[in-house]
Design a protein around this ligand. Structure first.
Ligand code: SAM
Length: 229
C-alpha cells in the first residue's frame, strides 16, 4: 500500500528514529517505518477527523499501537517539547508546510532533522529552513505516475551559507548534481510556465509585472536545462 514516494521519504529517517509524521493521512509512512525498524517510535498527526480515523485503523491492522501514537490536531500542536527528534511533513504544498513549521516553532528545539516533501512551492520550504537554523543536507526528486516530488532533508545546527535565488528555486543539491528526473521535471515546468505566459499575453488587462516574473523564471529554467547531454 505504501508508494515509492513515501518509501523514499522514509529512507531519510535514521535507524531507531523517534519522529512525528504531520498530516499522516492513513499513517502508511509510520507503519512502514515501524514494521521494518523495531526501535522506531512515531506520532502520527492529523487535523481532519476522517484521515485521523483511517490512521488509527491502519495502526490497528498492523498492531503497532505500542509504537505509533495517532493524535488529532493542527500541525505541531499535537507534539510535546522534546518528544521527537525528526519530523516528516509530506504531500502538502510548501506554503502550508512552512506555516505549520512557523506556528510550531517552539516545538522544534529537540528536532534534529526535518524531512519535507512539498507537492508544490519547494522554494518556500528552502527559504524557511535557511532562515531557521536548518541546513539542507540531502535532496531528491522522485518521479511517480507522471508527477515529480521533491524531498528536502534539513538538519539542525550545521553551518549554513546563504543560498542564491536559483538555489532556492531548483534546490542547492539538486542543482549541483542534476539527475534525469531533474531534467524531466524542469522540462515539464518549462512547458507549464510557457503556457501560463501565453494565457497572460491574451488577457484583456496588461499583465506586465506577472509576465516579467515568469519570464525571469523561464530564463533560469532554460539556463539549467542547457547543459543536458
Ligand atoms: N503525508 C501523506 C502522504 O504524503 O501521502 C498524506 C498527504 S495528504 C495529501 C495531506 C494530509 O495532511 C491530509 O490528510 C490533511 O488532512 C493533512 N493536513 C493538512 N493540514 C494539516 C495540518 N495543519 N495539521 C495536520 N494535518 C494536516
Amino acid at each position: 500500500t505504501i508508494s515509492d514516494r513515501l518509501k523514499r521519504v522514509a529512507s531519510y529517517l535514521p535507524a531507531g528514529s523517534h519522529f512525528a509524521d504531520i498530516g499522516s493521512d492513513h499513517a502508511y509512512l509510520p507503519c512502514f517505518v515501524c514494521q521494518h525498524d523495531e526501535k522506531a517510535k512515531a506520532i502520527a498527526g492529523e487535523v481532519v477527523e476522517g484521515p485521523y480515523k483511517s490512521a488509527r485503523a491502519t495502526v490497528k491492522v498492523y498492531q503497532l499501537h505500542d509504537v505509533i501514537d495517532v493524535r488529532l490536531g493542527d500541525g505541531l500542536s499535537i507534539i510535546e517539547k522534546d518528544e521527537v527528534k525528526q519530523i516528516v511533513i509530506a504531500g502538502m504544498g510548501g506554503k502550508l508546510i512552512t506555516s505549520i513549521l512557523q506556528q510550531g516553532n517552539d516545538k522544534l528545539e529537540s528536532v534534529e532533522r526535518l524531512i519535507i516533501q512539498p507537492n508544490v512551492d519547494a522554494k518556500a520550504v528552502r527559504n524557511w529552513t535557511y532562515h531557521h537554523g536548518y541546513k539542507i543536507v540531502q535532496e531528491e526528486i522522485v518521479e511517480e505516475n507522471g508527477h515529480f516530488y521533491e524531498i528536502i532533508v534539513a538538519d539542525k545546527g550545521e553551518t549554513n551559507r546563504k543560498l542564491s535565488e536559483q538555489e532556492i528555486m531548483f534546490g542547492p543539491l539538486l542543482l549541483a548534481n542534476k539527475s534525469s528526473a531533474f531534467y524531466h521535471k524542469w522540462k515539464s515546468e518549462q512547458r507549464k510556465i510557457q503556457f501560463v505566459m501565453n494565457q497572460l499575453e491574451l488577457a484583456s488587462v496588461p499583465q506586465t509585472e506577472k509576465l516579467a516574473r515568469f519570464n525571469n523564471e523561464l530564463s533560469w529554467v532554460k539556463e539549467v536545462l542547457q547543459d543536458e547531454g
